[in-house]
Ligand binder design. Structure first.
Ligand SMILES: [Zn+2]
Length: 339
């Protein structure tokens, strides 16, 4: 079978890889229907995180189960399934608290941008749809594998709820999904920070009432002007850079809270958080905990996070899928193995 392998910064190749097989009784093997490139894949693509050796890449997927191990009981061959980017057993003490991203028995994928994929801990990780979903729902289901759950996690971590004002830092796919999550969770006023017209349009479609194009001190002033001069109750930081965290700490009100889901690079401005009494919470998303509810919202067409995909390519053109995102020609690239 074929899949994507990152060899070095800027060098992702479509190449033959070993056919995945059931290695443990808790595994499933699925035929990937759609996969995508993540903003966090770009850290290696851009040489910010190391690539010590050629490595299969990708952690977002949905597809059809082809085989299951003897111990798997909740999914069967033929089921259409989606799983989060962090496989979990969904039964350990941490998972039972909803902390599925920190499963005590956590496992990893070996490159989801591929024709086939071995899913470890299949019972805990995968959620099946009741029937084969309509093709136009595939992008939104795929978005649940990471970006929508991560945006949701930002909002949940920051305590977004009815009546809250929310500012979202970052207009990548996660930031846009965080806008959608904040609206779904009942926020009264959602402010998206974005300078790019295409991304502003998606934010507005997801329910953002205000767009702030300015950054830095001007951006903070614009958010304060929309929030009684004090800043937003909740700020969702969906980038991961030190600049983004400074933007978040400036945009949040005193006593407010920040949901942090951008993979952190650089320092955390702890002093600013301290003097403003800011709460901060976040990390990798508890996808499995959120998946059933979010899948229901997608299947009932209540939410359509799939519109963050503005480029669709065959898996064989994975190199272009990366380049387009790296050069910000695409918000997020979806790839489909040829049938
Ligand atoms: Zn667990």
């Amino acid at each position: 079978m074929y899949g994507a392998v990152i060899h070095a910064p800027g060098d992702v190749r479509y190449e033959e890889r070993p056919e995945p097989t059931i290695m443990k009784p808790t595994d499933a093997v699925i035929r990937v229907v759609a996969a995508c490139v993540c903003g966090s894949d770009l850290w290696r693509y851009r040489g910010i995180s190391p690539v010590p050796k050629p490595t299969p890449i990708g952690h977002e997927y949905c597809g059809v189960v082809e085989a299951v191990g003897d111990a798997v009981t909740t999914v069967k061959p033929g089921d259409f399934v989606v799983g989060g980017f962090n496989p979990c057993d969904n039964t350990c003490a941490a998972c039972r608290k909803g902390a599925t991203a920190n499963c005590l028995n956590a496992a990893q994928y070996e490159g989801c941008q591929a024709e086939k994929l071995r899913v470890p801990l299949a019972d805990g990780t995968l959620v099946a749809t009741p029937e084969m979903p309509a093709d136009d729902l595939i992008p939104s289901i795929l978005a649940l594998s990471d970006v929508m759950c991560t945006g949701w996690h930002a909002a949940v971590s920051a305590g977004v709820g009815p009546g809250k004002s929310v500012a979202v830092v970052g207009d990548g796919a996660v930031g846009l999904c965080a806008v959608l999550a904040a609206v779904q969770l009942g926020a009264q006023k959602v402010i998206a920070m974005s300078r790019h017209e295409a991304r502003q349009k998606v934010a507005t479609a997801f329910g953002a009432k205000h767009i702030v194009a300015e950054r830095g001190d001007e951006g903070i002033a614009a958010i304060q002007a929309l929030t009684d001069g004090i800043g937003a109750d909740c700020v969702l930081e969906c980038v991961g850079t030190e600049d983004a965290r400074l933007q978040a700490s400036g945009a949040v009100r005193v006593g407010g809270s920040i949901g942090l889901v951008g993979v952190p690079h650089g320092d955390l401005p702890v002093e600013q958080f301290f003097w403003k009494n800011i709460g901060i919470k976040g990390g990798p998303a508890n996808c499995r905990a959120y998946l059933p509810h979010l899948l229901e919202l997608v299947l009932s067409r209540t939410i359509n996070p799939g519109i963050v995909f503005d480029l669709e390519l065959p898996l064989s053109e994975i190199a272009e899928a990366y380049a387009a995102m790296d050069e910000r020609r695409a918000i997020k690239s979806l790839v489909r193995p040829s049938a």
